[in-house]
Ligand binder design. Structure first.
Ligand SMILES: Cc1cc2nc3c(=O)[nH]c(=O)nc-3n(C[C@H](O)[C@H](O)[C@H](O)COP(=O)(O)O)c2cc1C
Length: 377
């Protein structure tokens, strides 16, 4: 039996043609009102043509007040379904699968009306990387958010996606509820991890009610790198809870928008062998505790590393974000026998063009000139 990175994987009842996942990546390529654009479709096609087994879209907001970034994909109204369905149509032509990541930014709101964002507790944060002002959510707000996640999941199903991913990582709303740094509530949604995970569980349960046996996975932080932040033991608690409730997969990431240099993906370059696979130790412990398929993301750049991760059972699926910005055809290159490391230098300059409205691309590559031999497909 082939158990390498090019082996098939059954996630719930769908077959992924290999173990490679494009981790959710805000592309900055939607319209100002959240619709899909031809540029975004071209990117999705490139990733699928490039043999990525499972593509996860950039985070799509379930409510305009939960929009995180400009030119972000939306999934907050039924009229968007006919636009969203172009994504699975494009991807399925090449035999890949695609999940929509659904999200709410919480206090880190990019909202055009300049209203304070909604969070677990009132907070006013000023950091070099991101400032935020948020009001604490009422019980009514919480109910509405749960409804909005459920409706968004149903829209994704109607649009023909193969599944959805709940974004509960990186300090956005659901991650804010999980984190004692953001969550200072003293009702049933705040306190110990059992209470702090109540909203995540309720969102998941509502999604299940709405989409039945549709594949549903979640992205969680291994830890927040904040003081006080969600610890890894607490992450394991949440994972176990979701496993008992039938989650189909967990992607392990880490850090928040304000974890500064403590978040591994913000420290500039990955030194070969040192600093890669950010959450290796966490993955090993996760696998001892849970049976749910593990999708590992963060700092993975080398084919032989991918081979080891899969053959040793460290994780079930290998997820990458920045390497595919530089090389959407990376997996096809590896499959064809060109096993050189991903060209991505993890410099995070890819955010720059997206913030200027040009959509993500590898800024470094543009500066040094495209290496056609390495990237053409
Ligand atoms: C430009 C950019 C946009 C991102 N957008 C998202 C997103 O929409 N949702 C998400 O969960 N993570 C997002 N991430 C984080 C990545 O999915 C990933 O977790 C992180 O970059 C580490 O993986 P890597 O080392 O393979 O890049 C983004 C990262 C980058 C660089």
């Amino acid at each position: 039996m082939n158990t390498g990175p090019f082996s098939e994987f059954k996630l719930k009842d769908i077959y992924l043609k290999n173990r490679f996942v494009r981790s959710a990546t805000w592309e900055g390529m939607a319209t100002e009102t959240g619709e899909v654009t031809p540029k975004l479709i071209k990117l999705m096609e490139d990733l699928a043509r490039g043999e990525v087994g499972l593509i996860i879209t950039g985070h799509a907001y379930v409510d305009p007040i939960g929009q995180a970034s400009p030119w972000q994909l939306g999934v907050h109204r039924d009229e968007l379904i006919s636009s969203l369905e172009k994504i699975p149509q494009a991807v399925h032509k090449f035999g890949s699968k695609v999940f929509l990541q659904i999200a709410h930014s919480g206090i880190f709101a990019f909202n055009l009306e300049k209203k304070p964002g909604l969070g677990p507790s009132p907070l006013d944060i000023h950091s070099d990387f991101r400032s935020a002002k948020g009001v604490g959510m009422t019980k009514k707000d919480i109910k509405e958010v749960i409804t909005k996640f459920g409706e968004a999941a149903l829209r994704a199903k109607k649009a023909g996606f193969d599944g959805i991913q709940i974004h509960a990582a990186h300090g956005y709303l659901l991650s804010q509820f999980l984190s004692p740094y953001f969550n200072k509530r003293n009702d049933e949604y705040g306190g110990d991890i059992r209470a702090r995970s109540k909203l995540v569980l309720e969102v998941y349960q509502r999604i299940r009610e709405m989409v039945d046996d549709f594949p549903v996975i979640i992205k969680l932080n291994a830890q927040d790198f904040l003081d006080p932040g969600m610890s890894f033991d607490e992450m394991l608690y949440v994972s176990k809870l979701l496993e008992e409730n039938g989650i189909d997969g967990i992607e392990m990431s880490g850090g928040t928008l304000i974890s500064k240099e403590f978040i591994p993906s913000r420290t500039k370059k990955i030194a070969k062998k040192v600093g890669e696979i950010y959450y290796m130790e966490h993955a090993l412990r996760f696998k001892q505790k849970t049976q749910v398929p593990l999708i590992l993301v963060g700092g993975i750049r080398r084919f032989n590393v991918c081979e080891k991760l899969i053959s040793k059972g460290v994780c079930d699926l290998i997820s990458m974000s920045r390497p595919f910005i530089r090389e959407p055809y990376l997996i096809r290159r590896w499959k064809q026998g060109d096993l050189r490391d991903a060209l991505c230098e993890s410099d995070n300059l890819c955010f720059k063009p997206a913030l200027m409205g040009e959509g993500i691309y590898c800024y470094l590559e543009k500066k040094i000139g495209k290496n056609k031999e390495k990237t053409i497909c």
